[in-house]
Design a protein around this ligand. Structure first.
Ligand SMILES: *Cc1c(COP(=O)(O)O)cnc(C)c1O
Length: 853
């Protein structure tokens, strides 16, 4: 039956006229500089605070919706105009700043360019094309690249519906909703080349898919985003880029083809020629294939092209968790890449071999990324070594601790995540702090801040956070129909100000390995800790679970149900729709940031770093970044139990540690308040945390590590390999083929016997003989590793390495020898080994081949 009263509604948006004096607001709204500059955001807030909050801090939407009267009033305000001019001049100064010598000595801006590929980017809540840590990290990486003035360009996809918006219903069920964003409410514009709108196409099965390209400004750098919603495409293809991590595996592979193959084509179309290519997680790894194809046009074989491409490429892996690695069935890959392969003249089997992993008859994007790059890293020390083991099959004969997979620990963008209240205080205390972000000694200035002043900043931020939490809590529960009195009780701990309870935050994706519910393992004990009337504690939880992750969603329900229990009410709060805005609020307002991942699955984690910048204390399992950050005085640590033990047992043990720490250390320290109203011991610990963590775990340090360890060497290596139309790349590929062919029959044995005793100042002769099966002595390296036995003084020393030189060839055997002088007095272990070696290798062990005696 039709509803007679229901009229169709037409929406009309009458946009205000922005007068000439305020014209540059549009420019500010179109540069993600606003995402880290509180001055810019402050301008919009000053014009109309209510609207600014209503449009969720979206400058472009704000400028469309702001009332004409507000604009007219604003231009009458001299104070506003003065602030506006100040912000503009600081923006102009930022854009005019030249990169420092530290950068230009490593990457010449005239001749080098880094291209950074990622499936998601999280700059700000107004630009929702991210889901969590990976995206925020990519955003922070771009921001730091801009701050440093790096020659840098980023490539991603534009998802007009982004990731989902989360509600939590009255039964604790997660409800996912998608909202479309039109391009004119996002800080992007269509990219142009020579006055024409840029489009690229990628061969898909039976058709070409045509993508538009959007440009986002991030200060000095540009991010290009592909979007398949164009007239040329069929309805299904137009939907391809609607959602981040949506659809099925076929959606996923086509998205990734658009990102990798299309992304490389965008750079080509823009006439940009990167010298170092950074693939941030496997989603973008198809770019390797497209680049190989292009190098092959210059006359190289696929193998030769691969050497050239890989030599200029860095691949970063971000998680040991299986769900984070895309694995596609053979048939799907063959189908999806078919048309592209045909156009490229490439052989499917060769391409498929790039993505195989032992034990999987499928195509693994991480394996492709690793085989197509010569630089590889994980994102913390612990994760680096876990990833080296996990991906060890790429270098089958190399011990994982020596294979080429290294690490750079993640850091966070300080201007984005440091609350403006702290940065104002730093401006007074240490005016040039922004240029000292990588100088740990400089950060000793934190100690000079008087305790009461330090605490008052934290207290003010904590109050703002509490207001925010209470507001969101009421909104959520009034929608769910929760009674007023219940909602009041839930908010009570945060609204009665006389107690100033200890507030602990836990907000992140609800993935099972993050063990959100570990703290509830012993409910009775937890309840006692939280609800002591003299020393109350409030736990705040937030986070999304992927719509297909039902165990993750189950965790949300468990936390929700507990939060509604009368005994915990008010001491446990669950907020919906965690995003960057909420993250900034919570991280800068809580006293303690809790993280209890299942070791060693937290590759890095970065939210704890953000909390530390703002003076919160970390209480975490020693995993990810905290494994390096914790020094005994700057927070609290839970030592993970041996991973071979039963998981249930580990949970119980680690949960007990957690509750012990809370009961005996955290709560007593927080409540050791003297008459001044705060705990001096707490402030001491918080200062120790802020000053040790800020200068080490920030994105500027991280990006400079990438420059020194990877971007500069990749630029150099790529150039060498590609010089003279790829002469060296071709030579290297041929050499590798020869080695691969010969290696299975190569042998290595000791000649004679190795002395078992000698005087400390004597030398020992070492002789080995090798059958090289057609290789020559110049194709290999033979070495002896000398490791001291554990004698107390030499425990844990790295082995010394001695090269053996070729002595002669006899009867088809090549003899290598050296006179070894013992490295250490006392007992030591000698191990002899041989591996293929060529000067043009990026890493000496990259072939993955090694023989031991
Ligand atoms: C920093 C951040 C993350 C990542 O932090 P984890 O510690 O890895 O969970 C996720 N989401 C948002 C909104 C963030 O700001």
């Amino acid at each position: 039956m039709t509803n007679m009263h229901k009229a169709t509604e037409f929406r009309l948006e009458a946009r205000p006229r922005i007068p000439e004096v305020l014209e540059r607001l549009d420019e500010l709204a179109n540069d993600l500089f606003y995402s880290w500059d509180p001055g810019v955001r402050g301008l919009f807030a000053r014009i109309d605070l209510t609207l600014w909050q209503k449009v969720e801090h979206n400058p472009k939407l704000f400028l469309r919706r702001v009332a004409q009267e507000r604009i007219n009033e604003t231009i009458e305000s001299r104070a506003f105009l003065a602030e506006y001019r100040r912000v503009l001049s600081s923006y102009d100064a930022y854009l005019a700043a030249e990169p420092g010598p530290e950068v230009t000595e490593k990457l010449n801006p005239e001749t080098s360019l880094v291209a950074y590929f990622c499936a998601e980017f999280g700059f700000h809540e107004s630009f929702p094309i991210y889901s969590g840590g990976l995206g925020i990290l990519a955003g922070d990486h771009c921001k730091a690249a801009s701050d440093l003035g790096l020659p840098f360009v980023a490539i991603g996809l534009l998802y007009c519906q982004g990731y989902f918006i989360q509600s939590i219903g009255a039964q604790g069920q997660q409800i996912a909703r998608y909202q479309s964003h039109s391009s004119d409410e996002l800080p992007i514009r269509l990219a142009e080349k020579d006055g024409k709108v840029l489009r690229v196409s990628v061969p898909f099965p039976g058709r070409n898919i045509v993508a538009r390209v959007w440009e986002a400004r991030v200060g000095h750098i540009r991010l290009y985003l592909l979007d398949s919603d164009t007239d040329e495409n069929n309805a299904e293809d137009r939907n391809l880029t609607h959602r981040l991590y949506g659809g099925d595996e076929s959606t996923r592979i086509f998205q990734e083809m658009l990102l990798g193959i299309g992304g490389a084509r965008v750079l080509q179309a823009l006439d940009l020629h990167p010298t170092a290519w950074h693939i941030n997680e496997g989603h973008a790894a198809f770019q390797i294939l497209e680049r190989c194809r292009r190098v092959m046009d210059e006359g190289l074989s696929f193998e030769g092209a691969l050497e050239a491409v890989a030599g200029s490429t860095l691949f970063t892996t971000h998680t040991p968790v299986a769900a984070g690695h895309d694995v596609f069935p053979r048939e799907l890959v063959e189908h999806a890449l078919g048309a592209w392969l045909e156009e490229s003249g490439l052989d499917f089997d060769k391409v498929f071999a790039m993505g195989i992993k032992p034990g999987q008859d499928a195509f693994n994007m991480t394996s492709l990324g690793l085989r197509g790059s010569r630089f590889h890293n994980g994102v913390s020390r612990i994760h680096g070594s876990v990833a080296a083991k996990m991906e060890g099959d790429i270098w089958p004969q190399i011990p994982p601790d020596e294979n080429p997979l290294g690490y750079i620990t993640n850091g966070v963008h300080v201007p984005t995540f440091l609350a403006p209240e702290w940065s104002s205080l730093f401006d007074i205390q240490a005016p040039n702090w922004k240029s000292e972000l990588r100088n740990p000694e400089f950060w000793e200035f934190i100690e000079q801040i008087p305790d009461y002043h330090y605490w008052s900043v934290h207290k003010a931020l904590k109050e703002q956070m509490s207001d925010f939490v209470v507001r969101r809590l009421k909104r959520q529960h009034s929608r769910n129909g929760t009674g007023r009195s219940v909602t009041e009780r839930m908010a009570r701990q945060l609204t009665t100000t006389d107690k100033d309870p200890l507030v602990i935050g836990f907000a992140r994706r609800f993935a099972t390995y993050k063990r959100a519910t570990l703290i509830f393992s012993d409910l009775e004990r937890l309840e006692k800790i939280l609800t002591d009337p003299d020393r109350p504690v409030v736990l705040i939880f937030a986070g999304k679970a992927h719509p297909k992750d039902s165990p993750g969603q189950q965790l949300i329900k468990v936390v929700h149900d507990l939060s509604m229990q009368p005994s915990l009410m008010g001491h446990l709060i669950l907020l919906e729709d965690y995003d960057q805005a909420m993250a900034r609020r919570l991280l800068s307002g809580v006293d303690v940031w809790l993280n209890t991942p299942e070791y060693p699955k937290e590759a890095s984690g970065t939210s704890g770093e953000k909390a530390a910048l703002n003076g919160a204390l970390n209480l975490s399992v020693l995993d990810g970044w905290w494994g390096e950050g914790y020094n005994g005085e700057n927070g609290w640590a839970i030592t993970p139990r041996n991973i071979d033990l039963d998981p249930e047992f580990r949970n119980v043990e680690e949960a007990r540690d957690l509750l012990d720490l809370l009961e005996y250390e955290v709560v007593p320290l927080y409540y050791a308040r003297a008459s001044q109203g705060y705990s001096a011991g707490w402030v001491k610990r918080s200062k120790a945390s802020m000053k040790t963590i800020t200068p080490r775990f920030n994105s500027e340090r991280m990006v400079m590590d990438y420059v020194s360890n990877y971007y500069q060497p990749a630029t150099r290596q790529g150039r060498q390999l590609m010089a003279d139309n790829g002469k060296l790349a071709a030579e290297l590929a041929e050499w590798k083929a020869r080695v691969r062919e010969a290696w299975p029959e190569v042998t290595l044995n000791v000649q004679g016997c190795v002395e078992s005793q000698c005087a400390y100042d004597e030398t020992v002769e070492l002789r080995v003989e090798a059958t090289l099966n057609g290789l020559t002595a110049a194709d290999v390296r033979v070495e002896c590793l000398v490791t001291p036995e554990c004698t107390g003084t030499h425990n844990g020393l790295a082995p010394n390495c001695f090269l053996l030189e070729k002595e002669d060839d006899e009867d088809g055997k090549t003899v290598f020898a050296t006179q070894l002088r013992p490295s250490y007095p006392g007992l030591q272990t000698l191990r002899l080994r041989m591996y293929p070696y060529h000067e043009a290798l990026t890493h000496p062990l990259e072939m993955g081949a090694m023989l031991w005696v």
